[in-house]
Design a binder for this molecule. Structure first.
Ligand code: GLP
Length: 251
């Protein structure tokens, strides 16, 4: 079951279950790759995209999509974790997607969490995205507090890839992946909101009751830096793919 409603500039596609919503996201990503086999994907981490990546791997195994010529850029990475750390986003991507599809590992990029000069690593990341011709399709999740990537409330609408401090709420929400909360890094590198808004297409996946309020504020609330996801309404090609639980608070 899907309901396509236009809300400002965010299209909303609602599915009965998380699995159906995740399969829709996989279809959209595969569609972008098939339209432009040497194109550029922006990818996300966290609990939400896991099922979508599994569906994408299924489509690859069924011969429906070929990743051999694409480039990928991830939204963010913790500062201080080596790439092979079980909770680094590089490790997450290798485990959850890259090692199961035919993407060229040399063409997958994640911010460098161990950079000695973080500012330089951030401007280099921006340059790599530009040199790749920009991002064709950017996959996003959404934080309970409306953050996108690690752009926490208060992030500037024109912010670029940079070092950020994580809020206590985000640290607590991500602690579930670590042995203990004090092992969660306090800083990260994230693509900025300005960087994300330059993607030609944005697909935001939100699942579960816990995201319903953040989704409702994104779609119906004021457009404000206090709720970074609301800034997506300034983009002309955003689709929020939701399960019924995450869509519950939508008018
Ligand atoms: C993390 C990530 C975001 C993600 C969000 C939601 O902090 N930096 O990219 O969208 O939190 O995570 P989850 O999908 O686990 O709810």
């Amino acid at each position: 079951m899907t309901v396509e409603t236009e809300s400002n500039s965010i299209n909303v596609a609602i599915f009965s279950t998380a699995e159906e919503a995740s399969r829709e996201v996989a279809r959209r990503i595969a569609g972008a790759v098939n339209r432009r086999p040497d194109g550029v994907l922006g990818l996300a981490t966290g609990g939400t995209p896991v099922t979508a990546y599994q569906a994408l791997i299924g489509m690859y195994r069924d011969g429906k999509v070929d990743f051999s010529n694409i480039r990928t850029f991830n939204l963010d990475e913790y500062i201080g974790l080596p790439p092979d750390h079980p909770q680094s986003f590089r490790h997450f991507m290798d485990q959850q997607l890259f090692q199961s599809i035919n993407v060229d590992p040399e063409r997958t990029f994640v911010p460098d969490g161990l950079a000695s000069d973080v500012a330089q690593a951030c401007s280099q990341y921006e340059a790599m995205i530009r040199d790749a011709g920009g991002i064709d399709l950017q996959l996003l999740g959404i934080g309970h507090n409306g953050h996108i990537a690690f752009n926490e409330p208060g992030s500037a609408a024109d912010s670029r890839t940079r070092q950020v401090a994580l809020t206590d709420e985000t640290i607590e929400n991500n602690a579930r992946f670590f042995e203990s909360i004090d092992q969660v890094p306090r800083h990260a590198i994230t693509m900025g909101i300005g960087t994300i808004l330059e993607a030609r297409e944005i697909v935001l996946l939100a699942l579960g009751e816990g995201k319903a309020e953040a989704v409702a504020k994104m779609v119906h609330g004021p457009i404000t830096e206090q709720h970074p996801a609301s800034l997506l309404r300034r983009h002309r090609n955003v689709t929020a793919v939701l399960d019924a639980a995450a869509a519950r608070r939508l008018a």
